[in-house]
Design a protein around this ligand. Sequence first.
Ligand code: G3P
Ligand code: CA
Length: 242
Amino acid sequence: MSWPYPPKLAHRGAGKLAPENTLAAMRLGASFGYAMFEFDVKLSGDGVLLLMHDATLDRTTDGTGRVAGFAFGELARLDAGGWHSAAYAGEPIPTLAQVARWLLRNGRMANIEIKPCPGREAETGAAAALEARQLWQGAAVPPILSSFSETALDAARRAAPELPRALLFGELPGDWLQRCLALGCVALDAHHAALTEAVIADAHRAGLRVIAYTVNEPARAGELFGWGLDALITDAVDLIAP
Ligand code: G3P
Ligand code: CA
């Protein structure tokens, strides 16, 4: 496929400089010039797609318990910014729809990481793909859907096969290429420590692009791009120019 995406993506909005997976983080990342944002999406108990990394609320909100244990109306009342710093107190958990509207109005692109709560892999993958199709209908550049869950990514493929997909890996298994191709992926999305020049060349020979996460050292970014890397995801939006 053509590759309309920029070489650098802001991780969870603006890395650690703002509360992750919030609109405030996207605004901060955009202020550093970032044009594309990676963020984590999962389902509330009543089926609303929202931004949250963890399966539980405790680390990044003033709530406790499982995300899947609450309806979105309850989650919307939580503070998802005060844990980070006082300046962000009261920042809400955004829905995928709210973030999509902000990104599209501001001419920014998305990498939606499908991060299902345990047991909800297929349901979350299908829901994310169908909603992304609807939200980005007519957009110049579609979002990339990524996931560590092959079940979620397969469900996304069945629901909206036209949306580009990337399979995430921490360590690379021997059959990473076959697994990417089986899901019709456009890219391998790997922890940067798992990547070598040979892996990137193998991916390219098979027609795949390569994305690396989470690259926070400018020197490492330079090394990876020297090997032919297509894109990286970074927390260091202040140190790595977009
Ligand atoms: O999407 C790449 C990266 O964000 C995966 O790791 O734990 O930050 O979601 P994590
Ligand atoms: Ca992520």
